[in-house]
Design a protein around this ligand. Structure first.
Ligand SMILES: *Cc1c(COP(=O)(O)O)cnc(C)c1O
Length: 348
């Protein structure tokens, strides 16, 4: 495995981060006259904590790892972008990703002028580790994995992910946005044995906080320090930090939602199985279901006409004829099924 020094871009290694007023003094004080803030309109007048100390301390408890291994960003999307900017030299370096997978890896790479080498999953949506290693060369800085994967919904085999982490010389990302729904365990405990591993998680899915924009990256301290240097000083605003702390103290909600959504998912699967035009219901370890149908566009359009929106994935690699359905409330799922039953497709 290459060292962080060998993997980082040289301008990032040399980067001197912006030093904010709150970096230079972060203790308690009676009078703050250091940041050119307006003294009125409390509490909105003050800049947020650039290091999100209180929030990280709470997340550290929940995730059972030190706060120094946590990066917080404006959604996982910020972590994706920062990872690429930290390691990949535009026009020279490349990343290896899988296909199909989450679209933001490609977009973030395109914005940064980084080539993406996409490796098709196998027919059962598992990793083709041989092809992944073949796609990588000396300029491959990062391999992006997503497990459970979006849009396929499945977790990758542990041995395959392990092989990639153990063999690849660069950085391995595992995006665990859906891990709270999965029967598989998170890779978080493996961080301490694998300095090249970065794990993304998010508050947007199981925690129900997509609207406040809060994503996490977990990695070795030296990587987190680099990310903190690159990010905007105040990347997680005060309202988000406060609200997240409040909602994190209601983690029993999250457990309850996950249980309910998993049971609703089973109901949905049972109903979908009865529909003649549904050819395949792929195994799902997430809060959504990928189905293959005879007439994806017809079904999609019919649902839209009835004000029910699902995701048409039929143009995505290996997903011909596929639709992705997010599990909703029991009422929403009932409406979906009722409407799908009326869809003007014969099928069979
Ligand atoms: C939804 C999703 C995310 C979440 O992104 P945020 O920016 O944190 O909302 C990350 N990765 C994958 C694969 C997702 O599907």
């Amino acid at each position: 495995m290459k060292s962080l020094d060998q993997l980082l871009r040289s301008n990032i290694k040399e980067l001197k981060p912006y030093s904010s007023a709150r970096d230079e003094y972060n203790g308690e004080a009676a009078v703050f006259l250091d940041a050119n803030e307006n003294p009125f309109n409390s509490p909105y007048n003050r800049y947020p904590d650039p290091h999100q100390r209180e929030l990280k301390a709470r997340i550290a408890e929940i995730k059972c790892l030190p706060a120094e291994n946590i990066f917080l960003g404006n959604g996982s999307d910020e972590a994706i972008d920062i990872t690429i900017r930290a390691f990949c030299e535009p026009g020279i370096d490349n990343i290896v990703s899988i296909s199909p997978t989450y679209g933001m890896y490609q977009v973030a790479a395109d914005i940064n002028n980084i080539e993406v080498r996409k490796v098709l999953l196998t027919a059962d949506f598992q990793l083709d580790t041989r092809a992944i290693f073949d796609a990588a060369d000396e300029n491959t800085k990062i391999i992006f994995l997503c497990s459970p994967n979006n849009p396929t919904g499945n977790c990758f085999r542990k041995e395959d992910i392990g092989e990639i982490i153990n063999t690849f010389q660069g950085i391995v990302i595992i995006d665990e946005a859906y891990i709270d729904f999965a029967p598989e365990k998170s890779w978080l405990p493996e961080l301490k044995n694998n300095p090249n591993l970065i794990i993304f998680q998010t508050f947007s899915k199981a925690w129900g906080m997509a609207g406040i924009r809060l994503g996490m990256a977990f990695a070795e301290k030296s990587i987190i320090n680099v990310f903190s240097k690159i990010k905007y000083p105040y990347n997680v605003n005060n309202l988000t930090q406060k609200k997240a702390l409040e909602l994190l103290n209601k983690s029993q909600n999250m457990q309850k939602w996950v249980e309910e959504l998993l049971s609703e998912k089973q109901n949905l699967i049972a109903q979908l199985k009865k529909m003649p035009f549904v050819q395949t219901i792929y195994p799902s370890d997430a809060n959504f279901i990928l189905i293959k149908t005879d007439a994806p566009k017809k079904i999609y359009n019919f649902l839209v006409e009835n004000k029910i929106i699902i995701r048409d994935r039929s143009n995505v690699a290996l997903c011909e004829g596929c639709l992705r359905i997010t599990v909703g409330t029991p009422e929403e799922n009932r409406k979906l099924i009722e409407t799908m039953k009326r869809a003007p497709v014969s099928g069979g």
